[in-house]
Ligand binder design. Structure first.
Ligand SMILES: Cc1ncc(COP(=O)(O)O)c(C=O)c1O
Length: 482
């Protein structure tokens, strides 16, 4: 190492950082977490040798792209940090799929959960609601834009999407949906009939997937399907969509709704240009089709506003939410306007749509507290400010490697760094290498994009600045060495 070279970021450096910013690990050690036990060895051995899914995945990665991916077994977390069973700490730059927005083991959320567990852990879903569920729906309606105030709850994002589709079909008596290329709406069969992210998700199950979806190109301006430049395009992708809705021979005469992510998450953190979402809203309204916005990833402050549609003052007909709604407890919702939900039939004998855990009071209790924290601490503003600084720093790093970094984009704390040759050929190998090397230095990231060519950042909204600095330092080092 040369004299002026900084020491490399390592797990030890992450530990030092934890001490520096006061995410005190000792309380965990005192309670027994993080200490290696005979069970630790057993769990690790199972993960490495006996869990078929993990082992197969590691072998496939190694065979196909030369990267070995040993499973990490996570044990506990605190704030922006997460530890594996062997006590190694990591900075969680993905908030475990953009869920842990309020930080891991957030004490206020744990308190809310504990209090509700002592009161009532499970109720009767939609038959007899709980007080907690009603209060949660009230809070949700207060935060949601416009007159979105009628929600149906569920557990996963995919279920919220399926509920939204049912709402749209019920309201319009039509069946077709228009979705965007590279979109991700979940992988259960109903959601999979919309997800366009990767054909690989669908291929083995094609026969059971409904075919009533038409895909149109998303506003991915660095890979524009129409060959346009953002400054002059006039939203060619939306003109194409509009033409499909109007042309009698387009095969799109029966569209119930258009479904869109305001920013594509797993599709590669793709941010449409300003005005795009508003134009999409207008096209839907003018053509009598509903607009479903999937804010399962972008919702609850992630992009620097409570909801990403708030950036443009857009109110969809149905909004799908999940992930950061609770910060870690499985709960999701499709929330619609009264005009949409007035078409929902009354239950007579059997409910037309329900599930055992619908509106589970534990989830609702933690969601209420999460929404209070979000507003009280103005986390959207924090995400906006932190995100701006992060984006600027990343763009400076990218300028030094135009040969491999194709684009850096994002809004708030939802950022993607796309690895590609200057002609746009995706460099999956480099993105995965970065994810892998960062992990070895104690920083957790995930790839996104149709070719897994994007390194994706979605850290907890409460991530302390020193963690973001540590991430930048490690990232710059790793990119320089590629
Ligand atoms: C935008 C979006 N919609 C839907 C989903 C599916 O959510 P879940 O995995 O909870 O089913 C995801 C998950 O990543 C998502 O990012």
């Amino acid at each position: 190492m040369s004299m002026n070279m900084k020491p490399q970021m390592t797990h030890d450096a992450v530990t030092a950082l934890i001490r520096e910013i006061g995410e005190n690990r000792q309380s965990y050690e005192a309670s027994g977490y993080g200490a290696a036990t005979p069970e630790t060895a057993m769990v690790t051995a199972l993960a490495e040798n006996e869990c078929a899914g993990l082992t197969a995945r590691r072998a496939r990665f190694e065979g196909e792209i030369g990267i070995e991916r040993d499973p990490i077994v996570f044990s506990h977390g605190k704030g922006a940090f997460i530890w594996d069973v062997e006590g190694r700490p990591y900075i969680d730059m993905g908030a475990c799929f953009a869920v842990a927005a309020y930080g891991h083991a957030n004490e206020e959320l744990v308190d809310a959960l504990t209090a509700q567990a002592q009161k009532l852990m499970h109720g009767m879903g939609d038959v007899y609601p709980t007080d907690t569920k009603i209060l949660c729906l009230k809070k949700l309606a207060e935060l949601a834009p416009g007159n979105l105030n009628q929600a149906l709850m569920s557990q996963s994002g995919a279920e919220a999407i399926e509920t939204a589709v049912k709402m749209a079909q019920m309201a319009t008596k039509r069946h077709r949906l228009i979705a965007f290329e590279s979109c991700y709406h979940g992988l259960s069969f109903g959601a999979l009939s919309l997800t366009g992210h990767s054909d690989a998700f669908k291929a083995p199950f094609r026969q059971r997937i409904c075919a009533d979806t038409t895909y149109v190109p998303y506003a991915n301006c660095v890979r524009c399907a129409f060959g346009c430049k953002p400054e002059t395009c006039g939203f060619a992708c939306l003109k194409h969509l509009e033409r499909l809705l109007k042309a009698p021979s387009s095969g799109c005469g029966d569209v119930a709704a258009v479904i869109a992510e305001p920013i594509q998450g797993r599709g590669g953190d793709v941010v449409p240009p300003a005005g795009w979402l508003k134009t999409l809203r207008d096209i839907c309204t003018e053509n009598g089709v509903l607009l479903i916005l999937d804010e399962i990833y972008t919702g609850f402050g992630r992009t620097g506003a409570l909801f990403a549609c708030d950036h443009e003052g857009v109110v969809p007909d149905i909004l799908c939410l999940g992930k950061a709604m609770t910060g870690g407890f499985p709960l999701s919702a499709a929330i619609a306007t009264p005009e949409v939900l007035k078409h929902w039939p009354l239950n007579t004998t059997e409910a037309i749509h329900t599930s055992t855990f619908l509106g589970n009071p534990m989830g609702c209790a933690v969601a209420i507290r999460a929404m209070e924290i979000l507003v009280r601490d103005d986390l959207p503003a924090r995400a906006a400010e932190m995100g701006r600084a992060l984006l600027q720093a990343l763009r400076q790093i990218a300028q030094k490697r135009p040969d491999i970094i194709f684009d850096v984009r994002g809004k708030g704390l939802m950022i993607g760094i796309e690895f590609a040759d200057p002609d746009g050929s995706p460099r999956t190998d480099l993105a995965l290498k970065v994810v892998d090397r960062m992990r070895d230095r104690g920083i957790i990231l995930l790839p996104s994009g149709p070719w897994s060519q994007v390194v994706s950042l979605s850290p907890p909204l409460v991530t302390p600045k020193p963690c973001l600095d540590a991430f930048l330092e490690a990232f710059e080092d790793i990119v320089a060495a590629l």
